[in-house]
Design a protein around this ligand. Structure first.
Ligand code: C2O
Length: 547
């Protein structure tokens, strides 16, 4: 493969949206940030220079980082942050992946403005496995715009125990579109030619909202999620959680009666939290036919989207995603399981500190946990502690099941307080792992997009209610389950994933709703080296930032 070099200079740039101007952290002055374009098998080398006052790291979301954990990017997990005036070179190879991923800052809420696409083309000369050749490929990246500084918003929420203020708009390619005040000129327009096929590379980089997406009068064909091909299927609406990517084919077919008509594309949340805790506004972009019409006012078609809390749609949509599972693209699903885990994920509370008033549930502080443990970020990177045998940074007693299981769909427990700690699970190299993720519903049923670093996993089963280990595994799909890096734990339900721990290092797993991560819905896996040289983590680069 080739080597692709990039320089990412993180600088402040004045950006105006919704008639509010803010100097926001950007890469090379661009918002959203620049595209990385690469091929399967290529090496990518990115020098990140931090020229802002905040700490920075960049994460290459979904890139497997085989043996290159030092380049993964989550702050205090695989590296300490890049301080003001410093730089760090990320260096990794794209192995066994093709499709769309994205990069984003991975410290506090810095990813609110620091994100951009990663386009992974197939190896040179290898065609797409779908029958049409796209005339054009277009990234469609969803984000959130805040009129206030997102760092101030989360700092305030963590201090008071309250839920953070929601964003002021969603964006498509950085633009809120005509349904917001003071925003019509900030509308993304996709000009298309009748009869041509387009490959839209959808990326949800929003901080806190899962999204429905649809284009008026056009059917979408899903062909790839999280840089893994799927069996193509048609849908009018795509559901995409933060951390997920979806490639869809679109055939430009103008309206027969009015070939120059304009079609809106809309995205709006799938929101399962309590109303008021998520932004329920709508971002619009425009699909425009060329050549442009000669009539003055053209019909504008508008798609309809599922209801905000349409969990049935979410479950059905997820069930349609299947791996290609062909000889060229086999699904290497673990059939046996060496280690099996049950993680209950959800919100909870911490008691309010003495001499303070808190604005969380019943005067407590909001928190979030896995198996009753809210994860405390260490001050030394976990990977450095693991590699250099530094004691006292983490403990290896992450509970493999909740301490006190209860009926997750029944009455929540009286005591909603959780414990805190920096706890990890240690795995031997190449262990086959199964994790059942169960929504606890303690403060109400809620969907959680769980993201695993360092691996793609197979989604072998999902269901509503309590997971039943005596009945549910019999229904698992071990033939063509979808392969991905981020999965929605169904609101009021569970999902089961499997993967081989074939990547030595320390790998973060967390809810990709940034507020839940901030509250502690995260943990890490330590995967030990295997016996062979090609099964060992590489040594750290000389410029690795120190804490
Ligand atoms: Cu998209 Cu831990 O990251």
């Amino acid at each position: 493969g080739a080597t692709r070099y990039y320089t990412f200079n993180v600088t402040l740039q004045k950006v105006t949206r919704l008639c509010t101007t803010r100097a926001i952290p950007t890469v090379n002055g661009k918002f959203p940030g620049p595209k990385i374009v690469t091929r399967e098998g290529d090496r990518v080398v990115v020098k990140v220079v931090n020229s802002v006052k905040d700490n920075i790291t960049i994460h290459w979301h979904g890139v497997r980082q085989l043996r290159t954990g030092w380049s993964d990017g989550p702050a205090y997990v695989t590296q300490c942050p890049i301080r003001t005036g410093q730089s760090y070179v990320y260096n990794f190879t794209i192995t066994g992946q093709r499709g769309t991923l994205f990069w984003h800052a991975h410290v506090s809420w810095m990813r609110a403005t620091l994100y951009g696409p990663i386009i992974i083309l197939p190896k040179r000369g290898v065609p797409y496995p779908f029958p049409v050749k796209p005339y054009k490929e277009v990234p469609i990246i969803f984000g959130e715009w805040f009129n206030a500084d997102p760092e101030a918003i989360i700092a305030q929420a963590l201090k008071t125990g309250a839920g953070p203020n929601i964003s002021d708009a969603f964006t498509i390619n950085g633009l809120p579109g005509p349904l917001y005040n003071c925003s019509s000129k900030d509308t993304f327009k996709l000009k298309v030619l009748p009869g041509k096929w387009y490959l839209l590379r959808l990326i949800n980089a929003a901080l806190n909202d899962e999204l429905f997406f649809s284009i008026a009068n056009h059917t979408l064909t899903v062909v790839d999620v999280d840089a893994a091909y799927v069996k193509p299927f048609h849908t009018d609406v795509v559901l995409i959680t933060p951390g997920q990517t979806t490639n869809v084919l679109l055939r430009a077919e103008p309206d027969a009666g009015c070939p120059a008509a304009t079609h809106l594309m809309l995205a709006r949340p799938y929101g399962t939290g309590q109303p008021g805790t998520f932004d329920n506004t709508t971002v619009a972009a425009v699909l425009e036919y060329a050549p442009p019409g000669h009539i003055k006012s053209l019909p504008l078609f508008r798609p309809s989207l599922p209801a905000l809390n349409d969990t049935a749609f979410a479950a059905n949509y997820s069930a349609r995603l299947r791996s290609l599972a062909t000889p060229d693209y086999p699904a290497n699903v673990p059939r046996g399981v060496d280690r099996s885990f049950f993680f209950a994920v959800g919100l909870g509370t911490n008691p309010c500190p003495a001499n303070q008033t808190c604005q969380g549930p019943n005067g407590s502080m909001f928190t979030a946990s896995m198996n009753n443990v809210s994860f405390d970020m260490p001050t030394t990177a976990l990977l450095q502690a693991h590699y250099n045998n530094i004691a006292g940074v983490y403990t290896t007693d992450f509970p493999v099941a909740p301490l006190e299981p209860f009926n997750y769909t029944g009455t929540p427990p009286n005591n909603t307080n959780v414990s805190n700690g920096t706890k990890v699970v240690v795995l031997q190299y190449n262990t086959s792992v199964e994790v059942v993720l169960q929504d606890t519903s303690i403060l109400g049923a809620e969907s959680h997009p769980l993201h695993l670093h360092g691996f793609d996993f197979f989604v072998v089963g999902q269901g509503f209610g309590n997971y039943d280990s005596s009945k549910d595994p019999a229904k698992f799909n071990l033939v063509d389950p979808v392969q991905r890096n981020t999965v929605g734990v169904p609101a009021g339900g569970w999902v089961a994933i499997r993967f081989f721990a074939d990547n030595p290092g320390v790998w973060f797993m967390h809810c990709h709703l940034e507020v839940h991560t901030s509250w502690g819905l995260k943990m890490a896996w330590v995967v030990n080296d295997g016996p062979l040289p090609e099964q060992k983590l590489m040594p750290p680069p000389a410029d690795l930032p120190m804490c």
